[in-house]
Structure formats: C-alpha cells, structure tokens
Design a protein around this ligand. Structure first.
Ligand SMILES: [Zn+2]
Length: 702
C-alpha cells in the first residue's frame, strides 16, 4: 500500500491506469504502446531522461480530457462525467507508477531528481482537477440524481468516491470558507512539518557517552561495535548510544547497568517535552484545534467523525467501544504477565517492588530466552528463500487454484528481480507478478507491495494487473543460500497477501480496484496470510533444512507458536494506550487540557507501571501529529482482529477448505473497494468481526 497511496494522494482518486488508444507521439518508450508480453513496462528501454518529458506530455493529454468533460454540451450523466473522469489521465497513470516504483526499488540521484521535479507538477495537476469548479458542478449534478440512476453497486460506489473526493476537500464551501480552508490546510501542513522536525532534532541531538567498558556489561558484540563506530564518527573516545531505534532498542533490552537504562529511557520519553525550542506541546494544541475547526467547517462534529466516515469503523463511538472491549481482556493478561516478569526479575537480582519502564524490556528479553530457547539462527536453515516461495505457491494453489511460471522474457529493473506469469484455475493469465527480494544500494528499507497496472475493465476487456513485491531479505553468500528469519517468512507471506488482493481483483473501475480500500481494511488480506506461517500443515510443506532436507520438527513449531504470544497482553495494552491517546486528542471537541492532563486520563485505564513525571507520549507521537494516522491509530489492532477472525473461518472447516477460500476470494479478495468493507466482510463471515479469535490466538482468552 505504499506507492499506490502516494499516487492517489498526488493524483486524487478517479485516475485510471489504461493502455489502449495510446497515440504514438515520439520515440520516448513511455509514450508508445508497450510491445512487451502483456504490455509490461519495457524496463530495458526506459531511461531516466524519458520520464519528465513523458509526464509533461501525459499531463497535457489529461488536461485535454478534463476540458472535454467540462465543455461537453450534453447534460452531465454518469457516463459522460463520472466514467469519463475515471478514464481521464490514463496515459499519466501508466507512467507515474513506473517512476515511483523505480524510485523505491532501484533509485539513483537522477531518479530522485526526476521525482523532485515531477512531484510539484503532479500536485498542481491534481489541484487543477480538485479545484475545477465547472468540473465539480457536473459531478455534483450527477450525485444529486443518484437515486434515479439505477447504478449497480460498483457504479454507485465510484460516484460516491468521486463526489466525496471533491466535497471532503471543501468543494461545496462558499468562496470565503474556501479561502479559510486553504489557510487552515497550509497552517496544518506547516505544523506537521515542524512537529516532525522537532522530533527528529530531539532524536538526533541526544548522545549517551560511555567511557568505561564496565558500563557495557550485558550488551552483545554487535551493539558494542556499532556504538564504538558511532563514537568514532563523532571523534569521541569510547562508545555512544543514541535514541535511534537500532541503538536504543538493544540497549534497553540488554544493558545490565540500570542507571544508564533509566537515563536513556528518560531522554527518549522526554522528546518534545523539554520546554525548549523543540517542545511540541503548543503545536499539539494548535493542530488539534485546527483539525476540529476544519472538520466543523466541512460539516462534521469532530475531526474523528470526518476521518472515520471513510473507514470500516465509521464512527468514533465504535472505535472507543472497540478499544475498551479489547482492553477488558488485555489488561488482566498484562497484569498477569507483569507479575510473571516481576517475579522473574526478583529471582535475578531485582530488589524493588515494582518494575519501572526501563526494566521491562531488559527482563523480558532474559525471560523469553529462558522460556523458549529459540532464536533466528536455530530456525533459519529451515527457511531457504526458494523453499519458502515454493511453499507459498503450493498454498496459493490449494486455496485458489493458481499456478506460477517464471518468465525470463518479461523485462525487469534489476537482474535480481524475477517476473512470473500467474494463471487462474482455468489456465488464463491472472496477473504478472514480480518478486524482488534482496537489499541493494538504491533500494529503500522495508518491504512493500506495489504495482504498475491495476486490474479494471475496458469495455468488455478484463485488463489484468502487474503486481510487485519488494523486500530486503538476507542475501545468499558464496557458501549459503538465502536463509530467512521467521519474521522474514511472515513478511514474505504478508506482502504476497497484498499482492493477491491486487491479482484476484475483478472490478470495473480502477479507483475501487484491488488494494484501493480503506486503511482499516487494507491489511486484512496481508495479515491474514501470516496466519498460515504458524500452521504445522503449511510449515511442513516447505520448512525443510537446506542441507539435510529434514522437515522442521514439531518441537520447533510449538516453540514458534508459543513464543509469538510472549507478553502479548502487555503489547496490546500498549497499543490500546496509543489508540486511546489518539482518540482523546481527536475524538471530541478540543478541551484545552494539557498534554500531561490528557495522558494522565488515558493512563488511569491502561498503565502498568508507576507514572514518570516529566515524560510524555504525545509530544513524539509522529504517527498522529506528523503522519497520516490521526484518528486512525486503532487500525493496527483492528486489522489484527479482522485477520484472526477471518482465519478462524478457515480453521473451523479446515485451513485448505475450498468452500471457505472461494467465499474469501469472491466476497473480499476480488471485490476491492466496490462496497463498504463491513458489507463485504459480513458477506464472507455471516456477521460482523469479533475479537474472540485474536484473543484466543494471542493467548488472552480467559
Ligand atoms: Zn501491509
């Protein structure tokens, strides 16, 4: 869901990928029909210099198409306005995903420069459409007739999405209010940038210096080495630990020196709360107030009502009920786990009554090791990349009847990327799918699913998608193949779950195709696939020792399962703390309460440790104040409930059950965003999602 989101936000929804009637305009390969098999992008012919002229040409085409809609003398109707707008900008939508994909998987300074030059042009293009009053007048005219149009569900959804892409951005406001809203948007984006800058400065400016090797007791060598090299870079003696995740995390887990753990923890949790130039408290108050005013201007009760209208959860009441419901199970489990952890700590030299926040990861790491004696190195020999992929293909064949064939004649962006043809049960092409699995300079970190063509129909022709999974897994060496950690295996299944959502799509319009669904629904297909990784029947299909061929022993499978629930109550309670903090800021009209006051109220419900005055969560909560997750943090836990509940349906009838997998495919995977997610989900499950399966899976059910 990465490139896609960027694109839709740049281009607005309503743009379509397509490839017919492409005029031949020059020898620029991006402007010619792709003559490759399945019209995949000719990566072997595309040069960086082709992008900018092609994008400009395509934008000119798109503007002509928009003008044709606006100047149409016929009365606005669904076809000549909504569908025409859906098709406008086809050429542009064929080119930009290729650029953004390359920028993620195979970037160069030249590609970055091109993206930098193209982005403002694309924003301007998007603005020209969203601010086009004549265009909106036509869209609104169709919207107002919606009850008489007899559209099918998908057409009705396309109309609603198109109308809302204007109205939710203020197209219905009078000129004075429009001006007001532009001012608010500008201020909000400025504040979110400042929040992020403060957070970055607070994270980067701090350094914990150690000069006595005794202070490093407990730390693994790799942590010490990296601290030494950080010190060297700063021309210092000894070792330096920072608030960056790769330094902070291991220090809190392994350092025996409790005073230093406390010092580092305090620095981390005072970010944005130090009363200095990087303090974020005033920004939070301004953001919360502006968001509320913006929502009210658009006719919504609160910011959360505005945000949630377009989500599966729909209302703040539902989100709050959801958080509190899970808390009823998570909190007692978390308290049991805290007791276990404290007892363990006391047996190992801890001589106070209550664990502090800087103690938890430290003792958790030791307890986990003692309980499960399982680590990446034990498991990796069973997870050779090729074997895992074979397992995934076999599983997908059992569930949906798909078959896979690597095809070396399909051009790729790097020799390490592999292209596959994926066929459905009737042997017809379902999708082109690319897997690109190893880290390289020029590839950004992480793992993601993207694509350069979304499934949709052109008339009666079903245009099949081009889907891409990019990851950064352990590389093969001269002596060893690529051996994955268990987390990497889950990631591979996860991204492929997103890919299946794109591949199995069967809809008319690109705007509602594949993964184009709401935020709290998009992780269902991906997280759902992760469930298979702990099923013995599935693991035994592919987890074979790369040297001996020995199938993974039951004892290891048991340990994987048991360790995956380790301290899940504490983990969920933490999630709920963040979710409730988000809703406290965005779920009601601003109360004027301070950061400390708001957090103290949430803490009454969720806290497991003594409060530490002078620290805060909100002032470094970038997800909701510098990112797009405001009134949306609950989505993480929401998705877990969905995926576990959906998987339970499979477990009830056998995990390879054809009837259940067909229903999952027909009602969810193939339907994209053609209907409201709750409607789709209920059609599959026969009821709304329940948290029971997640609670059971995570070991929290009483
Ligand atoms: Zn995902």
């Amino acid at each position: 869901m990465k490139t896609k989101i960027l694109l839709t936000s740049l281009l607005l929804s309503g743009m379509a990928f397509a490839q017919t009637n492409m005029p031949i305009m020059s020898d620029n390969p991006l402007l010619q029909p792709f003559s490759t098999l399945y019209q995949t992008p000719p990566y072997d012919k595309i040069k960086v210099d082709h992008f900018l002229p092609a994008i400009k040409e395509a934008m000119a085409e798109g503007r002509k198409e928009i003008n044709a809609i606006v100047n149409n003398s016929a009365k606005p109707n669904f076809e000549n306005t909504i569908v025409a707008l859906e098709r406008a900008g086809d050429l542009l939508s064929r080119i930009t995903p290729i650029l953004f994909h390359l920028n993620g998987a195979e970037t160069t300074p030249d590609i970055q420069k091109t993206v930098k030059s193209a982005s403002p042009l694309l924003t301007e293009y998007g603005n020209d459409i969203s601010l086009n009053e004549k265009l909106f007048a036509r869209v609104r005219a169709v919207w107002e007739q919606r009850d008489k149009l007899k559209l099918d569900v998908e057409g009705a959804m396309l109309l609603e999405k198109t109308y809302k892409s204007f109205s939710r951005n203020g197209a219905n406001l009078n000129d004075a209010d429009k001006e007001k809203m532009r001012g608010m948007n500008k201020e909000l984006s400025q504040l979110s940038i400042e929040f992020g800058e403060h957070n970055l400065a607070e994270t980067n400016e701090y350094a914990l210096e150690a000069t006595d090797e005794k202070d490093l007791a407990g730390l693994p060598d790799f942590v010490k080495e990296s601290a030494k090299s950080t010190a060297k870079k700063m021309n210092k003696e000894g070792w330096i630990f920072t608030l960056q995740a790769p330094s902070y995390g291991p220090f809190m887990q392994y350092a025996d020196n409790r005073e230093l753990r406390k010092k580092l923890w305090l620095a981390f949790n005072k970010r944005g709360f130090n009363g200095d130039k990087n303090d974020n408290q005033a920004i939070i108050q301004k953001v919360v107030k502006l968001r509320h005013e913006k929502a009210q201007l658009l006719g919504y009760k609160t910011w959360s009502h505005y945000v949630l209208e377009e989500r599966m959860a729909e209302t703040p009441e539902k989100v709050m009920a959801f958080e509190n419901d899970i808390l009823n199970y998570a909190k007692p489990a978390a308290l049991r786990e805290m007791k276990e952890l404290t007892d363990y700590a006391k047996k190992h030299g801890f001589d106070e009554n209550l664990l502090q926040r800087w103690d938890a990861s430290y003792y958790a790491e030791k307890l986990k090791k003692e309980k499960y004696s399982i680590n990446d190195e034990t498991l990796k020999p069973y997870f050779k990349l090729e074997n895992v992929l074979d397992g995934l293909f076999t599983l997908t064949n059992k569930l949906y009847g798909l078959t896979f064939k690597e095809n070396k004649s399909i051009p790729v962006w790097n020799p390490e990327a592999k292209a596959y043809e994926i066929f459905d049960e009737k042997g017809q092409l379902l999708s082109v799918w690319y897997g690109d699995y190893f880290p390289r300079p020029g590839k950004r970190a992480g793992a993601w699913n993207t694509g350069t063509l979304s499934q949709h129909f052109e008339g009666t022709k079903d245009i099949r998608p081009h889907v891409i999974n990019v990851c950064n897994f352990t590389r093969p060496t001269d002596t060893k193949p690529s051996l994955l950690t268990f987390r990497e295996v889950e990631t591979l299944f996860h991204e492929f779950g997103h890919a299946l959502h794109s591949m199995l799509s069967h809809v008319k319009y690109e705007t509602v195709s594949g993964t184009s669904v709401s935020w709290d629904f998009v992780e269902l297909p991906s997280q759902f696939m992760e469930n298979f990784c702990t099923e013995p029947e599935v693991l035994k299909m592919f987890a074979k020792h790369y040297q001996t061929g020995e199938v993974i022993p039951n004892e290891l499978i048991e340990k994987i399962k048991a360790s995956s629930n380790f301290l899940s109550g504490i983990g969920l309670t933490r999630q709920i703390n963040l979710g409730l903090t988000d809703m406290k800021w965005h779920g009601t009209a601003p109360t004027g309460e301070s950061v400390a006051e708001v957090e103290a109220k949430v803490a009454e419900q969720t806290d497991l440790y003594p409060i530490v005055p002078g620290t805060a969560v909100s002032t470094a909560f970038s997800h909701i104040f510098a990112g797009g997750y405001s009134a949306g943090y609950y989505s993480y836990m929401w998705s877990s409930v969905l995926d576990a509940d959906a998987f339970e349906a499979f477990k009830e009838k056998g995990i390879f059950n054809k009837e259940v997998s067909k229903s999952f495919r027909d009602n969810i995977l193939s339907r994209g965003g053609t209907e409201k997610p709750m409607v789709l989900y209920k059609r599959f499950r026969g009821r709304e999602p329940k948290p029971d399966a997640m609670l059971k899976r995570d070991g929290l059910a009483l």
